[in-house]
Design a protein around this ligand. Structure first.
Ligand SMILES: Cc1cc2nc3c(=O)[nH]c(=O)nc-3n(C[C@H](O)[C@H](O)[C@H](O)COP(=O)(O)O)c2cc1C
Length: 382
């Protein structure tokens, strides 16, 4: 037993010489390590206002040893909501709820960004008083969303008018202001996984003929207008973006995916200085989609010049390696952080991990949320 503990400690010391466990300076704060908690929807805001609660404060503060925490996707408006009981960032109760979360996270020395989310057409009329959800298009996502009546097919959306697009851009701005008021250290625009930003970016969805449709520059206009407004509100040093350039969730991606995402990333290089850019690896088999980059980090990381976070199916060794090799500055973990509140310590010590329980990912209460044991508890129980 003693020898076991000694080995772990020794291992921990050895491993902590790896860059993954070293601090990194962002413009506004120093992160204690390069392991981030990825954004995760957990559907536990069970109240009329869809505000985070004490339980959210406990869950996030348990994970405050992450170099940086990204919040669950938080709808920027009622219009931006598509799943039951997701915590938003547009009304007063939500801002008050997030204040409690941020106080708890900051008390433990954590750093936390809010992920700003608009689902667009990945939604159901139930969330919109029986009206159609909105998108860049009027084509149905042909997907499923979880409503109070269980899983339902997505409702056919209504295409936003040109003027309405500007209103949504302003909703992002207001949500960013709310996030800072609630105490978040920064914001992340959710530009990944088939939601509204991708519904503008991808030509397999966007069928508009105004200035937000057609060539790449036009399809990317919505994203850059959102970025401009958010940055104007909270500063470039507190603004970040998540993209999933080889994503096949919610659409067939884009017919010229590499050209599209190269355009976006080069513009980020030339005109923006984000706190960081998070790139998600493909999470499913790409099948017959030769236009998509198989390895997002290798392909796009090559020419992104700013602080880069990578995500998707990493394990400890791979995370150590990409940071050590300088391919990425930060690595974010979703499922492993969900199940291991003390993930940085476990990785530093190369300790065993708790297994995530899929049945409690979405919805429910403390079970599978705040009851995953810390390493000391696991050791003490032996
Ligand atoms: C329960 C759960 C909820 C998720 N919710 C979000 C979300 O709100 N926003 C987002 O960008 N990605 C979301 N994701 C995707 C993760 O952030 C991440 O990209 C994915 O799980 C792959 O990372 P991993 O291999 O470390 O789990 C979610 C994933 C899981 C498992």
């Amino acid at each position: 037993m003693l020898e076991h503990i000694f080995n772990i400690k020794l291992n921990g010391l050895l491993m902590s010489t790896k860059k993954l466990f070293e601090t990194i300076d962002l413009e506004t704060q120093t992160l204690s390590n390069r392991l981030a908690m990825a954004p995760m929807t957990r559907n536990r805001a069970h109240n009329e206002a869809n505000a985070p609660t004490e339980l959210h404060a406990e869950y996030y503060s348990q994970r405050a040893s992450a170099g940086l925490i990204l919040s669950e996707g938080s709808q920027i408006s009622q219009q931006g909501m598509g799943y039951i009981d997701t915590a938003g960032i547009h009304n007063e109760e939500q801002v008050e709820g997030w204040k409690k979360v941020l106080d708890a996270v900051h008390d433990k020395g954590g750093v936390m960004y809010s992920q700003l989310w608009h689902v667009g057409r990945v939604s159901h009329a139930w969330f919109h008083d029986g009206e159609a959800p909105v998108s860049s298009t009027a084509q149905n996502a042909e997907s499923q969303v979880f409503t109070p009546e269980g899983f339902q097919p997505t409702s056919t959306p209504r295409a936003l008018s040109t003027e309405e697009v500007e209103v949504v851009v302003q909703d992002f701005r207001k949500a960013a202001r709310n996030a800072i008021e609630a105490g978040f250290d920064g914001v992340q625009i959710h530009g990944a996984n088939g939601y509204l930003v991708e519904q503008f970016l991808h030509d397999t969805i966007n069928d508009r003929d105004d200035r937000y449709g057609g060539p790449i520059e036009n399809r990317a206009r919505f994203l850059f207008e959102v970025l401009d407004e958010v940055i104007d509100e909270v500063g470039t040093e507190r603004s970040s973006l998540r993209l999933s350039p080889s994503n096949l969730m919610g659409s067939e991606n884009d017919s010229e995916s590499k050209a599209l995402y190269e355009y976006v990333i080069r513009k980020l290089n030339d005109e923006y200085e984000l706190a960081f850019l998070e790139l998600v690896e493909p999470l499913a088999d790409l099948g017959e989609h030769p236009q998509l980059a198989e390895n997002v980090l290798d392909y796009y990381g090559e020419f992104y010049e700013g602080v880069l976070m990578t995500n998707g199916n990493y394990d400890r060794e791979q995370a150590i390696e990409v940071v050590e090799e300088g391919k990425a500055d930060l690595v974010s973990f979703a499922r492993q952080f969900l199940a291991n509140p003390d993930l940085p310590e476990r990785f530093a010590q190369d300790a065993p991990l708790n297994e995530p329980d899929r049945d409690t990912f979405y919805g429910g209460d403390a079970e599978g949320y705040t009851d995953y044991p810390f390493l000391e508890e696991v050791e003490a129980a032996k």
